[in-house]
Design a protein around this ligand. Structure first.
Ligand SMILES: [Zn+2]
Length: 150
């Protein structure tokens, strides 16, 4: 893959990011903007709660407002776990990472309709997961030997 210096200067902190809650749940999201911009939106939603129609603009917000127990988001530890400035590749990688986390039994704050993997046909799972794991081995806290039966 060839990248120019110009490409590297575009959106250093964009890609697939992860937000953790003290309860052990995580949120996986993607953004083409700088991470701090997206994090600010999640924080605002957490402070505001649901809108007048009862809708939460963030899965993180919905988690802390609706799940039983005490929830404290580790904002300072939120970070990009995989950099990807390209839109389509970012969507695919987000979907695969969410699928992988789900397969590992990690509780997610992502709402079902935003888990991004519903549209990713199972046929592609194994191939995509293998590719993504090879690329992101150092970024993800999963062992490359872990395979997903699909
Ligand atoms: Zn929590």
């Amino acid at each position: 893959m060839v990248t120019s210096h110009k490409d590297k200067n575009i959106c250093v902190k964009c890609g697939i990011y992860q937000i953790e809650c003290e309860c052990g749940s995580i949120y996986v999201g993607e953004t083409g903007r700088e991470l701090n911009v997206r994090i600010s939106e999640h924080k605002r939603s957490c402070n505001n709660g649901p809108n007048q129609d009862g809708f939460f603009s963030s899965g993180v917000s919905e988690h802390i407002w609706t799940e039983d127990g005490v929830h404290s988001i580790r904002w300072n530890e939120a970070d990009v776990i995989l950099q990807e400035p390209r839109f389509f590749q970012r969507k695919i990688k987000e979907a695969v990472i969410i699928k992988k986390k789900t397969a590992l039994g990690i509780p997610l704050m992502n709402r079902r309709n935003e888990r991004g993997c519903e549209w990713l046909h199972a046929y592609w799972d194994k191939l995509l997961i293998d590719i993504i794991l090879r690329i992101s081995q150092l970024c993800l806290s999963v062992r490359p030997s872990v395979t997903l039966d699909v």
